[in-house]
Design a protein around this ligand. Structure first.
Ligand SMILES: CC(=O)SCCNC(=O)CCNC(=O)[C@H](O)C(C)(C)COP(=O)(O)OP(=O)(O)OC[C@H]1O[C@@H](n2cnc3c(N)ncnc32)[C@H](O)[C@@H]1OP(=O)(O)O
Ligand SMILES: O=C([O-])CC(=O)C(=O)O
Length: 375
């Protein structure tokens, strides 16, 4: 028996949620190509599709939206907890901690009870955007805003975050970004969600664990590192030198490479398409975007023979920057979207649950004696 490092290519579950074709760069949610959803759907509808199995009818969608609006409140005690966090706390740490706190406020029920599942799903979808938006206001010394019941999900998030009604263009762009980030089969954070879910822990604990897994630089944390890299590069003429130095010292280029995609990540293509269609007036963003294009060209020259291509984290930050978000918020925006994928997998997995408990191969010492220890 041998181990499989990183469980690469080891299937851990049957699923009807997501099909990933890493060779051809295709991403399918519940039978629909993500590209079609990107063009035609919106985030909440896509979340419903992922979690409940198909796109909602008009009535189902209205009900779902109504239930989410009903739970779009944060208890004052949660806001108080947030006000006591250090202003410099990273938003993803705040999000993970507050989602974990949420569970303390609700009665624990049997996680296999479908009504409890539905209520928890609605609460998490309702409250996660509020936590992210409120934290941004709290850390800047502003009071959190009440949600505007006349606004849709994404519009309301942007309103609460920035404190003004967002333009239609910005709402549409964020809807598209969230669709692209909503789901991605058995990635590390989804695996964390089903590992914790398989113990029949409550859904707030499940999602909080998944957020923790997402935060690392090899996963969702890479989008922040990408923008830092563009800033460090500073100008087009530094691109080659910067990338060569990284590769010579065996460092990874953030935003490149993927366990499954051995070609261009379809989401990176669509994010790039968003950028191509923008009229970018901000000079810093224009400069970072041209650096990004140059980095892409040069890294592909250097690494495409190893099947290393841009992943979803490569262009997302530039789009978020266009929308006005600070760079330390990018991973939280990823989580805002991915919560639907985590919930879909959690629900699917526990319906036919088996505790996840792999094994390991012991290669340490045996038969040591306590009295022989070093003095
Ligand atoms: C939402 C997401 O999670 S998308 C991924 C976000 N993460 C990043 O962008 C961080 C940078 N990328 C990486 O670290 C990796 O590509 C990962 C973690 C995403 C995937 O890692 P793995 O599947 O374990 O692939 P592995 O690290 O073995 O790479 C295979 C080969 O490609 C190279 N490679 C892969 N990614 C990169 C990269 N970003 N920069 C330079 N080389 C790379 C490796 O050095 C390795 O080369 P070798 O065979 O000569 O040793
Ligand atoms: O699938 C993966 O391993 C990582 C990824 O791209 C994602 O979670 O979106």
């Amino acid at each position: 028996m041998d181990i499989i490092p990183g469980l690469a290519d080891v299937p851990v579950a049957y699923t009807k949620i997501c099909l990933l074709d890493g060779k051809n760069g295709k991403l399918i949610y519940r039978g629909y190509d993500v590209e079609e959803l990107f063009e035609k759907s919106n985030y909440l509808e896509t979340a419903y599709l992922l979690i409940f199995g198909d796109l909602p009818s008009k009535a189902e969608y209205e009900n779902f939206k109504k239930d989410i609006k009903l739970h779009s409140r944060l208890k004052f005690r949660i806001i108080d907890v947030m006000k006591n966090f250090p202003e410099k706390a990273h938003p993803i740490e705040v999000l993970q901690s507050v989602v974990s706190c949420l569970g303390m406020f609700y009665k624990k029920e049997n996680v296999l009870n479908e009504d409890y599942q539905y209520l928890s799903i609605v609460k998490l979808l309702a409250k996660i955007p509020l936590i992210i938006a409120n934290w941004n206001r709290i850390r800047n010394g502003d009071n959190p805003l009440e949600p505007n019941p006349d606004f849709d999900y994404v519009e309301n998030f942007l309103y609460m975050y920035f404190g003004q009604k967002p333009t239609k263009e910005k709402v549409e762009i964020l809807e598209k970004c969230l669709i692209l980030h909503a789901e991605h089969s058995m990635n590390a954070s989804t695996f964390a969600a089903i590992v914790v879910g398989s113990t029949l822990a409550d859904p707030f604990t499940v999602i909080s664990s998944a957020i923790g897994a997402l935060s690392g630089p090899l996963h969702g944390g890479a989008n922040e590192d990408v923008i830092k890299m563009f800033k460090e590069i500073e100008s087009l003429q530094n691109v080659k030198k910067y990338i060569d130095k990284k590769l010579e010292s065996k460092k990874k280029i953030p935003g490149f490479g993927h366990r499954i995609y051995k070609t261009y990540d379809p989401r990176a293509k669509l994010l790039k398409k968003i950028l191509e269609n923008l009229e970018i007036k901000d000079e810093e963003l224009r400069n970072l975007y041209s650096i990004a294009q140059e980095v892409e060209k040069y890294v592909l020259e250097k690494l495409s023979h190893k099947d290393v291509y841009p992943n979803v984290d490569f262009y997302s930050g530039l789009v978020y920057k266009y929308l006005g978000f600070d760079e330390d918020m990018y991973t939280s925006l990823f989580a805002l979207a991915r919560v639907s994928g985590w919930l879909a997998h959690w629900k699917e997995y526990i319906t036919d649950n088996k505790l996840i408990r792999p094994t390991e191969i012991y290669i340490g010492e045996i038969d040591k004696k306590y009295n022989d220890r070093k003095v």
